[in-house]
Design a protein around this ligand. Structure first.
Ligand code: ASP
Ligand code: MG
Length: 412
């Protein structure tokens, strides 16, 4: 007998019809002799709808009350689901975040889970019930409802799988797994059988929006195997797991891109201790997430600094940096919104040399100019003009043979 945590997203439970279909699937897995904990999101569109109502009253609604409001979406879906299972003759029990004893910190809207007291869940499982837990919500030390941040039901599911020591955490969604790149851009994209936590973190942060990033961090920390698969078929999807030796055989396992960044350059900054700190201070204080930072070697005591910020923060960042640029005596501040980041990702990069060269050559071959480069142990990213994004993704996917069945040993 296995203990399986399954999480269904909003589109999977988006209507009564869909709830019934999901219930049948859960019953089938339960009947195969498994204990089941089912985590649900709110029905598709509900969370947005609730937020919009609050914003009609106040564009910046009180965060405590907003959590009380947002958490009702999941309350509806778990109740309907339990009613459905019971109407089909199965014993089930819905639990809201506080009933499942999901304790979080104080931070409304982006709370982190501290601990979960599993007694109530295990008692119900032992009684043979299917346990349905509301995703996305918890309880803080004050006894208030908190929410975990958008997409947080994934984290609820992984956290439950960790504390219950489940055999697997299945994330059932409207795609059938994690792909080597975005299939909307590259028709040759292939579903991966396995991907390591670290690679998944890179893919996810790059906009491969299958799993919420925090859930992957959680899974990595507690070594919870995640199975990303389709709600609508029984086919195996992608296993997100700890790294194995085998994974290093393939140098590059995926290509990701992000069109959501903009670039800012400060020219001719006096090259003195403390200057970078002064320039970035107002940017960080404004809560703007800076991604790549490149500083040139200085010439005659001056240097150029270039970095990227999310597009949504571009104008604010330009204003802040222009102001501080004047203060530190920089020459000019230039901005460019028409950029994109393409990245190749793979744990095998640690053991294979020459990957960067191959990437740069492939882009050069298509006359795509590289504006910035950054590397980590398992990733190489290039900033390019955004109009070349799709071309770059396809070329890199081809170059590293990601469409090949046996890309494994051969992609370098
Ligand atoms: N319902 C929440 C949201 O829309 C949580 C989730 O779906 O995971 O963000
Ligand atoms: Mg989601």
């Amino acid at each position: 007998m296995a203990l399986i945590v399954q999480k269904y997203g909003g589109t999977s439970v988006g209507s009564i019809e869909k709830i019934k279909a999901v219930a049948e699937r859960v019953i089938e897995t339960h009947n195969e002799g498994n204990q089941m904990v089912v985590v649900l999101s709110a029905m598709a569109g509900q969370t947005d709808g609730l937020i919009n109502m609050a914003k009609e009253i106040d564009p910046n609604p009180d965060s405590r009350e907003l959590d009380v409001l947002m958490s009702t979406g999941e309350q509806v879906s778990v109740a309907l689901f339990a009613i459905t299972l019971k109407s089909m003759g199965h014993d089930a029990c819905s639990l809201l975040g506080f009933q499942a004893a999901i304790h979080t910190d104080e931070l409304y809207g982006k709370a982190r889970i501290h601990d979960i007291a599993v007694d109530r869940i295990t008692e119900n499982l032992d009684a043979g019930r299917i346990v349905i837990v509301a995703g996305f919500q918890g309880l803080n030390a004050r006894g208030d409802i908190t929410t975990l941040g958008r997409g947080g039901s994934d984290t609820t599911a992984v956290a439950l799988a960790a504390v219950l020591n489940a055999d697997v955490c299945e994330i059932l969604t409207d795609v059938d797994g994690v792909y080597t790149t975005d299939p909307n851009i590259c028709r040759k994209a292939k579903k991966m059988d396995f991907i390591s936590y670290d690679e998944m973190l890179e893919m996810a942060s790059m906009g491969a929006k299958v799993l919420e990033i925090r859930s992957v961090e959680f899974a990595k920390k507690f070594n919870v195997p995640i199975h990303v698969r389709s709600t609508f078929t029984k086919e195996r999807g992608t296993m997100v797991v700890a790294e194995t030796k085998d994974m290093e055989k393939v140098a590059v396992s995926g290509v990701a891109y992000n069109k959501n960044e903009a670039r800012i350059t400060i020219r001719q900054v006096p090259d003195q201790p403390g200057v970078a700190s002064r320039i970035f201070d107002p940017v960080f204080k404004a809560g703007i997430l800076v991604d790549m930072i490149v500083q040139n070697t200085s010439q005659d005591g001056f240097t150029d600094l270039t970095f990227t910020v999310p597009k949504g923060d571009f104008y604010q960042a330009m204003k802040l940096v222009s102001d501080v640029g004047k203060d530190v005596g920089a020459e000019t501040v230039l901005g460019d919104e028409n950029i994109a980041k393409v990245s190749i990702i793979g744990v095998g990069m640690r053991v294979h040399a020459g990957i960067a060269k191959k990437m740069f050559a492939a882009l050069a071959e298509k006359s795509i100019n590289i504006l910035m480069i950054s590397t980590s142990e398992i990733k190489i990213s290039c900033i390019i003009e955004d109009k070349y994004t799709e071309l770059a993704v396809r070329v890199l996917h081809d170059t590293f043979g990601l469409d090949q069945e046996h890309a494994k040993e051969e992609n370098f």
